[in-house]
Design a protein around this ligand. Structure first.
Ligand code: PHE
Length: 450
């Protein structure tokens, strides 16, 4: 593939960027975090932070990327004008490459559970009940096999390139997924117990809105969900044609991603309460969520099981879709180091080579995490999503706000949007990312540490 090829259309980019954004973060991360953090209050803080912090960072990444038209280090370098900022871009890029690889490793593990949930009905359909039991029980062997298989799938798709790989998959998936989720919400709301879930989801407990743990979880979740702070959106921005209006594209991606997260919550939180109504323990006596990481994987199959003969086809189809949604995200993660290695003349590596090599490194991380699951899994997630993604995101903002020359920013924005100099966006955004974003983020960190 020619790495500098562009997305073939606005729709193609939208589907690919949204494909990166929409994934386990929406269907697994957001509902689990909402359930863990008391429902509506989390949703409210999440929406607020998406609007005031994540969207401005998304714009910074997309614009730096389209301007640079290369990998993350190259793009940051291009807007740097001093020795110090050039050196800093090396450090930030390496940090981002490490973080994205760590994300891909825990992501492969969770996506592996999606794959097994998809294979379970297949096995049952074929009468292989023992295999089905093995697939649904949590074990080291199963997790290894599933996680590594998912990683192999990721490499396979990424080697097909931007247009045939990423774009083609994403544009077919998204609309189908939305329709199915809406259908399932309509169904779940008719079941006993669902209304209690809906109430928890939609009524914020305002006393919790400033709870530091809740705020830092919501911050990590929104950066994770929009694929920010690791260079993914920068890379995707680098594939966008100069004819496109970036401000609009960014807004579409943010709105689509957030809507799908909110929809997934609307399905999964009521489904949890339905399960609870039917005797499954969801919360411990002290109110803590039980087995949060795997909750979605037990609640959804139970919901499908209540559908009678529709169970097998529906769970098969649904988990296939979710696996593909996870794939369109994981390829966007692997794309960051692959673009870096294959476009860097020091490495002399083709895209294929780079992708296999990097996948091997990530596979090693998957194995290490799985062998030390109890101690490492949660830690890696907290380190990458709650600490690193927002931090790097803000560094990107500082680059866009302080280091990149303002005229050049305006020129970039004006491509595909000639009237931008008079727009509200141009009046607000540059100072906003200079001052407001870093200060807000500093406040959140300070609050969560104190
Ligand atoms: N946004 C993706 C999701 O919600 C995860 C992701 C994180 C993708 C970072 C790329 C980079 O599942």
């Amino acid at each position: 593939m020619d790495t500098r090829s562009e997305f073939s259309s606005r729709f193609g980019f939208l589907m690919a960027a949204a494909g990166s954004a929409v994934g386990l973060g929406n269907i697994w991360g957001f509902p689990t975090q909402t359930a863990e953090n008391g429902g509506g209050a989390f949703v409210l803080v999440y929406l607020f932070l998406t609007f005031v912090l994540a969207y401005p960072v998304l714009m910074a990444e997309l614009l730096i990327g389209r301007h640079g038209r290369t990998h993350i280090m190259g793009s940051l370098n291009k807007i740097s004008h001093s020795e110090a900022s050039r050196k800093a871009s090396i450090v930030i890029s390496i940090y981002a490459l490490v973080v994205v690889s760590l994300i891909l490793s825990f992501y492969s593990i969770v996506a592996g559970w999606m794959l097994t949930s998809f294979l379970d009905p297949v096995a049952r359909l074929m009468g292989l009940d023992n295999a089905a039991t093995w697939l649904t029980n949590f074990s080291l062997e199963r997790n290894l096999l599933a996680g590594l298989s998912f990683l192999i799938l990721t490499v396979w798709v990424i080697n097909r390139g931007v247009k045939d790989g990423i774009e083609a998959w994403s544009s077919r998936l998204m609309p189908m997924m939305i329709v199915i989720i809406i259908g399932l919400i309509a169904y779940v709301l008719t079941l006993d117990g669902a209304m209690e879930g809906l109430r928890v989801y939609l009524t914020p407990d305002f006393s919790r809105v400033f709870d530091p743990d809740l705020v830092i979880s919501a911050l990590g979740q929104t950066f994770f969900s929009l694929s920010l702070g690791v260079g993914t959106m920068m890379i995707y921005g680098s594939y966008v044609s100069r004819k496109e209006n970036m401000i609009k594209l960014g807004a579409y991606v943010a709105v689509l991603d957030t809507s799908i997260a909110v929809l997934a919550g609307l399905l999964i939180i009521p489904a949890m309460y339905v399960a609870q109504h039917n005797g499954v323990s969801i919360y411990a006596a002290d109110g803590a969520l039980l087995s949060g990481d795997t909750l979605v994987f037990s609640v959804l199959p139970q919901l499908f099981a209540s559908l009678g003969s529709a169970e097998i086809p529906l769970s098969l189809f649904f988990f296939a879709l979710l696996s593909i949604a996870a794939l369109t995200s994981s390829i966007s993660m692997l794309e960051v180091p692959v673009a870096y290695v294959s476009e860097n003349s020091n490495f002399h590596a083709s895209r294929h080579r780079a992708s296999y090599l990097l996948a091997l490194i990530v596979a090693a991380m998957v194995i290490v995490i799985l062998f030390n699951f109890e101690s490492l899994f949660g830690l890696v997630i907290a380190f990458t999503t709650q600490i690193s993604q927002p931090l790097i995101g803000i560094l990107f903002c500082l680059y866009a706000g302080w280091i990149w020359h303002r005229n050049s920013v305006l020129e970039e924005l004006a491509q595909g949007n000639p009237e931008v100099a008079n727009s509200l966006f141009w009046r607000v955004w540059p100072n906003y990312i200079r001052f407001v974003c870093p200060v807000l983020l500093g406040l959140v960190y300070w609050q969560s540490l104190s």
